[in-house]
Design a protein around this ligand. Structure first.
Ligand SMILES: Cc1cc2nc3c(=O)[nH]c(=O)nc-3n(C[C@H](O)[C@H](O)[C@H](O)COP(=O)(O)OP(=O)(O)OC[C@H]3O[C@@H](n4cnc5c(N)ncnc54)[C@H](O)[C@@H]3O)c2cc1C
Length: 424
């Protein structure tokens, strides 16, 4: 009987899965890529969609069109529901498929540290739907404040609480402060949006804990200069409708609460029957394969692996892309040499870390160099434009940024889904 060509299944078309498909090059191997969305999402710019700086199509691109030039790659829109590692099968909503190699790249999801009930009051930011939901709530809140007759009601609508002082929390808080103080400020007659309260709550002693204390302090100063109330060493006790209760006993009333405090790996890792870390990430071998399953790999935010410095490789897009290239090379070599090639360990190369805070405000660390303010912001803009997928998107985003920089306006401020047009 004729032997079938080898089959590689890739789960997830985020930074890891997509890079794998773009890099993997073995003429006769079939690659099937599954994702529950039809688009690849550039998550680093999600906060700009949530704060009306960019519109959704500018940071997303159809997966099929990105991979249309890859003859061996088939893209299928389906939700993965489980994997049977012993049987070498993947279960999808509509079918079950067998593989020779499996690449798990399903990313992570928002984690509420054992309080899933907070999600309904404090949405997280992980998908385009999340971002558009947050944008709608923020814009609607200012409309409600303009309608409110009582100052107490207005204060509630005009308070935004961001829980979490990591890069996403800092970006969101800074962008919300800019939205209220520079963009919305001129458009309302009965309220003054520049008086809106933007509170950022961080449980740890400083914001951006992954940066040096000097850059954290700089980030805090830049946030405060934008008008953000930075509350470090402050723990949230509970979140309810329109209120955040702090462990200190203080209550902050806010109609917009955004959760940017926790991320854990895809819940599918729980079903694999392999060892996981506290965040649900698969503890992979140094070559990124699953212990006991050399034909299965986990990459990106799903994988827990230590770097050369003994620290876990961070959950960032360059790490996911480097892991994808490592696994692609490894499988290619193994197929070429009938399984006889060595398996080198994965080595993460940290080329730099940066976080933006707002207009001309950012912090960056590249090698031994640390810098902040305008130069860091320019570096951040350049890097994000380079990595954004699609020429059209690069041009559109560049134009939007230039427009916003020169005019202090943001184009993506339309609220949809308000009126039922079938009713008078
Ligand atoms: C708001 C935000 C801001 C960020 N900012 C930065 C930044 O500035 N710089 C940086 O380097 N990193 C940033 N990150 C982190 C970075 O985006 C991740 O590290 C990176 O996306 C991880 O890549 P991945 O391939 O592991 O997962 P992802 O890119 O998350 O991709 C996972 C894919 O799997 C799909 N999927 C999930 N479950 C299923 C299922 N059951 N069935 C089918 N498909 C499924 C998803 O649709 C998605 O396409 C940010 C993340 C977020 C959320």
């Amino acid at each position: 009987m004729e032997k079938m060509n080898p089959h590689v299944i890739v789960l997830g078309a985020g930074f890891g899965g997509l890079t794998f498909c773009q890099t993997f090059n073995h003429r006769v191997t079939r690659v099937t890529l599954f994702d529950r969305q039809n688009h690849h999402l550039f998550q680093p710019l999600l906060y700009q969609v949530a704060t009306a700086g960019l519109s959704a199509p500018e940071i997303a691109q159809p997966i099929r069109s990105i991979l249309s030039d890859q003859p061996n790659v088939t893209v299928l829109l389906d939700r993965v529901v489980g994997c049977d590692l012993a049987e070498r099968t993947v279960r999808l909503e509509d079918s079950t498929l067998t593989y020779d190699y499996l690449v798990l790249a399903l990313g992570g999801h928002t984690s509420y540290f054992g309080h899933p009930e907070w999600e309904q009051f404090a949405p997280g930011l992980k998908s385009l739907d999340d971002a558009m939901g947050i944008r709608r709530r923020i814009l609607l809140a200012f409309e409600k404040a303009e309608n409110a007759n009582h100052p107490a009601g207005q204060d509630r609508w005009m308070t935004i609480v961001v829980v979490g002082g990591g890069p996403t929390g800092v970006e969101l808080a800074g962008a919300c402060a800019e939205l209220t103080r520079t963009v919305l400020q001129k458009d309302f007659k009965r309220i003054d949006p520049s008086q809106a309260r933007v509170v950022m709550i961080e449980a740890g002693p400083r914001v951006l804990a992954q940066f040096s204390p000097k850059l954290s302090a700089s980030a805090e100063r830049q946030l405060k200069a934008l008008g953000v109330e930075v509350r470090t060493a402050t723990k949230v006790k509970s979140i309810g409708p329109g209120r955040v209760d702090l462990e200190s006993g203080e209550v902050i009333f806010a109609e917009n609460i955004i959760w940017a405090a926790g991320v854990s790996a895809s819940p599918l890792t729980q079903k694999l029957g392999v060892e996981l870390d506290r965040a649900g990430r698969v503890k992979v071998s140094p070559d990124l394969s699953l212990p006991g399953h050399p034909e299965v790999f986990a990459i990106g935010d799903m994988a827990f692996v230590l770097g050369e410095d003994g620290q876990p490789v961070p959950g960032v897009s360059p790490a996911a892309m480097q892991m994808a290239r490592h696994v692609a090379r490894l499988i290619e070599n193994e197929l070429l040499l009938n399984g006889k090639s060595p398996r080198p360990p994965f080595q993460y190369r940290n080329k730099g870390t940066m976080a933006t805070i707002g207009r001309s405000a950012a912090v960056a660390k590249m090698g031994r160099f640390e810098f902040s303010g305008f130069p860091a912001w320019l570096a951040w803009l350049g890097v994000h434009l380079i990595f954004l997928i699609g020429f059209r998107n690069k041009v559109a985003v560049l134009l939007q940024w230039a427009y916003a920089y020169c005019t202090y306006k943001r184009g993506a401020r339309i609220i949809t889904g308000l009126a039922d047009n079938s009713k008078p």
